[in-house]
Design a protein around this ligand. Structure first.
Ligand code: NAX
Length: 325
């Protein structure tokens, strides 16, 4: 058997962690029947719960699972890591201002960025924990790992948009291609249907502007709140599924003539200031994400991309002031 791929999951005892770990253990993250070693990182108070999950993972008798280790020390967990799924984060509690939230998360993502220096040369990092884009920026800014290995998750937003389009047009999600999420994983994000194809044919001219602005865009952008209202808890299994999709695509590539959405460190494309971790239309090939170039941006799109990117810029200013980047 090939040597196992080391996958670190932080926040392993949380609800996304619980849904995510079993998907990884069954081989869905990496593809091609590659064996995996799971490294679970938690805060000391949650280590016991993570150990319980480790026992259940053992009971899954997953053929591709080489073993599970539980840690409360980031440097030990990330030592030799090939994939880092940074799920654990500090949630916003009552009365907490945005600066407090960013500072609390800086206390998590700065040391984790530093600890990633001990990871394997090919390490790939996905930040899921919110505010995901800026947490990824903090980790990347405090690490010697090349910036293109740090990403944040907007794949759930992308998948939510695909599902809404599939409902609207009465097609399967697999028939839809070239959906794009721009900007921040927040209510300011811009789900862009301009280039969407259904069965290879453009649909933008069949999309009613009222439906787009009053239903589709807000429904996708605020779906997290809708799930909380209906389910009584935040998205967990769908978030785990999106994290699996993100890493699987990153490693195994996008479909021909299609792209996906991922928040990556901007190179200045489409007027997004360099260095911000923003969602773009991306292809993946040979283990690298690349921004899809040359798309025409309408005034409608420009305004929405700029608004979300402005929010990312404000978050960067706030963490700069805190000395986190
Ligand atoms: P939970 O509160 O269930 O779990 C979080 C876990 O992280 C806890 O077990 C906690 O002990 C652990 N943790 C906290 N600090 C840690 C540290 N320094 N090192 C290791 N572990 C630590 O939250 P859950 O529902 O699993 O959500 C996790 C994060 O994902 C949240 O920040 C949430 O906002 C975010 N989400 C991001 C999404 C995205 O699309 N990017 C969508 C889903 C989700 O809302």
């Amino acid at each position: 058997m090939a040597s196992p791929v080391n996958v670190v999951v932080t926040g392993a005892a949380g609800q996304i962690g619980y849904a995510l770990l079993f998907r990884i253990a069954s081989g869905q993250l990496l593809g091609e029947g590659r064996p995996v070693r799971l490294k679970l990182l938690e805060i000391p108070q949650a280590v016991k719960a993570a150990e319980g999950t480790a026992l259940e993972l053992e009971d899954g008798a997953f053929e591709l699972l080489d073993g599970v280790d539980v840690y409360d020390d980031a440097s030990k967990a990330f030592d030799g890591a090939n994939v880092g799924l940074l799920v654990g984060a500090r949630p916003r509690t009552k009365g907490m201002e945005r600066a407090d939230l960013l500072e609390a998360n800086g206390g998590i993502f700065k040391p984790q960025g530093e600890a990633l220096n001990g990871a394997a040369d090919d390490v790939k990092v996905l930040v899921v924990g919110n505010p995901a884009n800026t947490n990824a920026l903090i980790a990347a800014s405090n690490s010697d790992v090349p910036k293109d290995r740090f990403t944040a998750m907007t794949r759930l937003d992308h998948n939510r948009a695909l599902a809404q389009l599939a409902n609207k047009f009465g097609v399967g999600v697999g028939q839809i291609s070239r959906m794009t999420i721009w900007g921040n994983h927040s209510a300011s994000q811009y789900p862009d249907v301009t280039n969407v194809l259904i069965d290879g044919k453009p649909v933008a001219d069949q999309v009613d502007q009222g439906w787009l602005t009053d239903e589709f865009i807000p429904r996708v952008a605020k779906r997290g709140a809708e799930i909380i209202e209906v389910r009584g808890a935040s998205s967990a299994a769908s978030a785990a599924a999106a994290a699996v999709d993100h890493v699987h695509t990153w490693i195994n590539g996008t479909r021909e003539n299609d792209w996906t959405s991922a928040a990556i460190v901007s190179d200045g494309s489409y007027g997004v200031p360099e260095g911000l971790v923003s969602s773009f239309p991306v292809t993946a090939k040979d283990g690298r994400f690349e921004i899809v170039q040359g798309l025409e941006i309408s005034d409608f799109s420009r305004e929405r991309i700029d608004a979300s990117v402005a929010e990312l810029g404000e978050e960067r200013e706030a963490v700069k002031k805190l000395g986190l980047v």
